[in-house]
Write a protein of this length. Structure first.
Length: 415
């Protein structure tokens, strides 16, 4: 299955909509900014690998009763400090932030993957509503035609007035269903516009679209491959790795730290002579815990518990991913069987209705039997459209359960 999984449906309209969503969706842009912030935090932590160098200029004026205290004092120089990473504390801290940034990147990919699935679902539900509207309009026309025929036969004394009332009720029920579906179409268009970053008034239209013909099932591969591919599992794994590095940082905090300092300074009472003479200094400082009331040991225990928590969460997420794949496969298999049965029901019910219609107009069958057959036929036709859409949704669920990172530009949202 390709990374851009939606292309296997061979729907140019869907391809265009998902491309637009990747460019304009505000939730995806927010996820991208979270990733930018996480990467900046990693660079900030990595700065600890390098020494700090600061420069200063100082001017001081003093006066007092003691004449020796009167005068100006000028100073300037450079101060440097550096911590030797004896126990890997800095390395562990930086690695933890890098893993967290990788997890945020996987979260960004998960957001993009979910967005592509949401656009596909909204799009095909909109297509289904358009198909349902066309079917209901045809059913309204057929019911109106039958009603006119009944009125003509009523004038000839061939049907009862109650038969006309029953047919009018069916006609109104069909019109009421048409109103409901038309309203649902408007809501679906607004939902799709939101996913595309548009205002509701510029929602896309699906009047000339139809549900896609599904290609053969994709190869699902091995469960281990799924763990390596899915962005949400990659995120959980990176969070676990970050927790492991946090534990290493907590352990190294129990050992002494060695700081090196160096300075180059100049002082003078005259600003013009400030940088004539320099004083150099170098020093080392060893700092280690002696008594902390068990604070550092408790921190080690806390980070170890968090690491075990992340491990359990990663395992649970993996099991849920395996279940999603199996559920999608089982759902599609049963949905195909249900659709096959429903199509046979539609054919049988249509044949029964046509036979009852012939018998009714020949005076053999009663109108109640004809009305019942007509109602059931029209309902089965509407159910068939819904079930065809559910089959497409089952395939989309399978693609989402198997999909890895989707193709996106390196800088999808320019600041």
């Amino acid at each position: 299955m390709p990374a851009d999984w939606w292309t296997v449906l061979d729907d140019p309209g869907l391809n265009e909509l998902i491309g637009e969503a990747f460019e304009r969706n505000l939730r995806l842009e927010a996820a991208w900014e979270r990733l930018r912030a996480a990467r900046s935090l990693t660079r900030r932590e990595a700065s600890a690998f390098f020494p700090d160098l600061e420069g200063f200029l100082q001017a001081e004026a003093s006066s007092g009763d003691d004449r020796q205290s009167d005068g100006d004092q000028f100073g300037g120089g450079l101060l440097a400090s550096y911590e030797l990473d004896l126990w890997g504390r800095i390395r562990s801290s930086v690695a933890a932030e890098r893993f967290r940034a990788d997890a945020v990147e996987s979260d960004f990919q998960s957001t993009a993957l979910a967005l592509s699935g949401d656009v596909a679902l909204a799009w095909y539900r909109l297509v289904e509503s358009e198909n349902s509207i066309r079917l209901l309009e045809a059913q309204v026309a057929a019911n109106e035609k039958l009603l006119e025929s009944l009125k003509s036969r009523f004038r000839g004394g061939q049907v009862r007035g109650v038969d006309i009332l029953r047919q009018q009720q069916l006609l109104e029920a069909t019109r009421e269903r048409l109103i409901v579906v038309t309203s649902e179409r408007a809501l679906l268009r607004h939902q799709l516009a939101l996913l595309l970053g548009r205002i509701p008034q510029r929602a896309p239209d699906a009047r000339d679209e139809d549900l896609p013909a599904l290609p053969p099932l994709p190869a699902t591969g091995l469960p281990a491959e799924l763990v390596l591919r899915r962005p949400d599992l990659q995120s959980a794994y990176r969070v676990l790795q970050a927790a492991d590095r946090d534990l290493a940082t907590a352990v190294s905090n129990r050992f002494p730290r060695l700081n090196l300092t160096a300075g180059l300074t100049s002082r003078s009472e005259d600003a013009s002579d400030l940088f004539d003479d320099w004083a150099r200094s170098i020093g080392a400082e060893l700092i280690g815990p002696i008594v902390d009331g068990g604070e550092r040991r408790a921190e080690v225990e806390r980070t170890r518990a968090i690491m075990r928590q992340r491990l359990a969460e990663f395992g649970q997420a993996s099991l849920e991913a395996f279940r999603e794949v199996e559920d999608a496969l089982a759902r599609e298999g049963r949905q195909r069987e249900r659709l096959s049965s429903l199509r046979r029901q539609v054919d049988l019910q249509r044949a029964a209705y046509e036979q009852l219609q012939s018998e009714f107009f020949n005076g053999v069958a009663g109108f109640i039997d004809l009305l019942t057959a007509l109602t059931e036929t029209q309902q089965l036709q509407r159910d068939l459209i819904v079930e065809e859409r559910l089959l497409v949704e089952s395939r989309i669920a399978l693609y989402r359960a198997l999909a890895g990172p989707v193709p996106l530009p390196e800088e999808p949202f320019q600041p």
